[in-house]
Design a protein around this ligand. Structure first.
Ligand code: GDP
Length: 341
């Protein structure tokens, strides 16, 4: 099937076409067709480029067990009631031993399994060190082009992932729960700074009010600069859907602020910048690793080791040799826009 047909079907709301595109994007960004993207992935990205930037992107993060899946599911329900089409990308840390997703498909998400206006995909982080799945920005583009009004990216709060989510999302939600020392942990991990909206979930548990107080104090201490946005704290009982309408209202307020302050444009440009930089770096690394790049860097290293060349001049030579003759297929001209089914 041609990429164009698949894209047309996805934009017409065909869930199978969306799933197929996301799979191609995942495989293509994973190095299967070259570290800087397979030919199919590149064809898809070209076909959907003009449709970018319509969806609102929400990032959700927090420690395991804090209620991210339950909250995501409750938000999906709330936005569906408002007639919005919703996409969810759940980022799973993958096991270094099996390469598979640890958490598997979220059970709670199955409430939405038969709704064709809800798309849910678990993405493994695979080789991408400590962070979001490397294909997440591209999967986001696919869902955006397919006309989803709202896209949620859910990450388990481990390491770098929370901070990376903030670079992809328009609005970042940080979830904490009472009695888990979460607020303090969040402060230590530096994720307080990335929260646009804080959610104190499990507000039915003991210590909820104390946790809100702790969180409020820590937010007050954090440096929000001149942004003009003070992150609110919303208490929820996600399992019962309590506080979700309030949360939706806060998210709407943040969306309005993003628009009126010019911050939305700034965030989206920053997102595009890191996306382009990551692809370019992957491309350069691939060329450095493969022949003739490998031979070239080998020769240069020999000279540097022997004291015949300094490392800066060697690096300049390497960059010049890598950019002098890029492979023809990488230069806009696509040999085949066909996809093998
Ligand atoms: P995640 O690991 O952050 O995605 O957390 P889950 O959404 O899987 O929730 C972890 C557990 O907490 C599950 O057993 C949920 O049913 C439970 N849970 C989620 N929200 C609440 C809540 O508001 N109150 C209580 N008491 N339990 C909750």
């Amino acid at each position: 099937m041609r990429v164009g047909d698949l894209v047309d079907r996805a934009r017409g709301g065909d869930p199978r076409a969306v799933a197929r595109l996301v799979s191609i994007v995942e495989d293509g960004a994973d190095g299967a067709g070259g570290a800087d993207g397979s030919a199919e992935l590149r064809a898809i990205m070209r076909a959907i480029a003009a449709a970018a930037g319509r969806a609102r992107v929400l990032g959700l993060t927090g420690a395991p067990g804090v209620g991210k899946s339950t909250t995501t599911s409750a938000l999906v329900r709330a936005y569906r009631r408002l007639g919005k089409r919703v996409g969810v990308l759940a980022i799973d840390p993958s096991s270094p031993f099996t390469g598979g997703a640890l958490l598997g498909d979220r059970v709670r998400m199955q409430d939405h399994a038969t709704d064709r206006d809800v798309f849910i995909r678990s993405m493994a982080t695979r080789g991408h060190l400590g962070g979001l799945a490397s294909a997440t920005p591209q999967a986001l583009r696919v869902l955006d082009a397919a006309g989803f009004d709202l896209i949620m990216i859910e990450t388990v709060g481990v390491g770098q992932a929370e901070v990376e989510i903030a670079s992809l999302a328009d609005t970042t939600l940080v979830l904490v729960a009472p009695g888990m020392g979460d607020a303090i942990q969040a402060a230590k991990a530096g994720i307080l700074e990335i929260g646009d909206v804080f959610v104190l979930n499990k507000a039915d548990r003991d210590g909820a009010q104390q946790a809100v107080r702790d969180l409020r104090n820590m937010i007050a201490l954090a440096d929000w600069g001149e942004t003009g946005w003070k992150p609110p704290i919303v208490s929820t009982v996600a399992v019962r859907g309590e506080g979700i309408d309030d949360l939706v209202a806060r998210l709407d307020a943040h969306a309005a602020w993003l628009e009126s302050s010019g911050e939305l444009a700034r965030r989206r440009q920053a997102r595009a910048l890191s996306e382009v930089a990551a692809i370019a770096l992957a491309g350069l690394r691939a060329r450095m690793g493969g022949l003739p790049g490998e031979a070239r860097i080998g020769q240069l290293a020999e000279k540097v080791a022997a004291g015949k060349l300094d490392p800066y001049s060697a690096a300049d030579e390497l960059i010049a040799s890598m950019t002098a003759a890029p492979p023809a297929a990488r230069l806009g001209r696509m040999p085949a826009d066909d996809i093998q089914d």
